[in-house]
Ligand binder design. Structure first.
Ligand code: HPA
Length: 265
């Protein structure tokens, strides 16, 4: 099905009002979808949608009302490391555009590369480094593929999210996110390398979605919930179970920030 047809299907089930904000929820952060009053549609009911197989994700799209705003929440993402396809989220993001969403807020679980930015903290992305080297627009044939990324992270949304965090007395760090393909974690040498290059956090997602959203003309902001220090920076053993367990503290803060952000929209 095309994105336009999928958007029709979603509107038929969830109503016609245009979506004001899209959200993509990262590992262990899927809970917010349950707070929305609206229609939950399984990705398996949306032909062509990826079928993410990562535990700690909730593969449904919820379209409805959250604090008086029309939202579309993607409870799961598909990652580059699942199938080697950096464009795995292209169709969902095109559908989001078709649903009228002017902006998208991405969340993820990430490792910290910066001393002092510790597990349980949140980081607002100001920029990214595409260390995976893959690009979701490879194969796109129109000139629109040359997407400028100088202002990829929307200044207005960032200001709104910073104000929302402040209103909740939640520290919201700011920094640069480095994208690694995963699914293996990084080596200590890789963590040292990206710190030298200016990264503050590291993760396995988000960057391809940012590129795709900008391609579709959607404004973007992204927040990392820090679940661990990068490999070599602490004695913790990294694992997906560890990521999910440590996402809980960040998820609670993130939910408060998102609610305050929506409340002020
Ligand atoms: N590296 C990459 N991805 C991650 C990490 C990490 O340390 N923590 C959570 N997601």
């Amino acid at each position: 099905m095309t994105a336009a047809e999928l958007a029709d299907l979603i509107r038929f089930r969830a109503g016609n009002a245009p979506v004001e904000l899209g959200l993509i929820l990262g590992s262990g952060l899927g809970h917010l979808a349950d707070a929305v009053e609206g229609e939950a549609i399984g990705y398996n009911e949306l032909p062509g949608f990826p079928q993410p197989g990562v535990s700690g994700h909730n593969p449904k799209l919820v379209v409805g009302d959250l604090l008086g705003h029309r939202v579309a929440i993607f409870g799961a993402r598909s990652h580059y490391y699942e199938y080697g396809n950096p464009a795995a989220m292209r169709l969902p993001l095109e559908v989001l555009k078709e649903l009228g969403a002017p902006r998208l807020l991405l969340t993820n679980a990430a490792g910290s590369v910066r001393e002092g930015l510790t597990p349980g903290n949140l980081m607002l992305l100001t920029d990214h480094i595409n260390f995976a080297g893959a690009n979701p627009l490879i194969g796109e044939e129109t000139d629109a593929r040359f997407v400028p990324l100088g202002d990829a992270y929307c200044a207005d949304m960032r200001a709104g999210l910073a104000a929302a965090a402040a209103s909740e007395s939640i520290d919201l760090a700011e920094g640069t996110y480095a994208w690694f393909s995963g699914p293996s974690f990084e080596t200590p040498a890789e963590i040292r390398a990206i710190r030298t290059l200016g990264a503050d956090a590291v993760g396995m997602s988000t960057v391809p979605e940012v590129i795709l959203a900008r391609f579709f003309g959607i404004e973007v902001a992204a927040i990392s919930a820090i679940t661990n220090m990068g490999e070599g920076m602490s004695d913790e053993k990294l694992s997906h179970a560890h990521t999910k367990a440590n996402a809980v503290a960040g998820a609670e803060k993130l939910e408060r920030v998102i609610r305050a952000y929506l409340g002020a929209l």
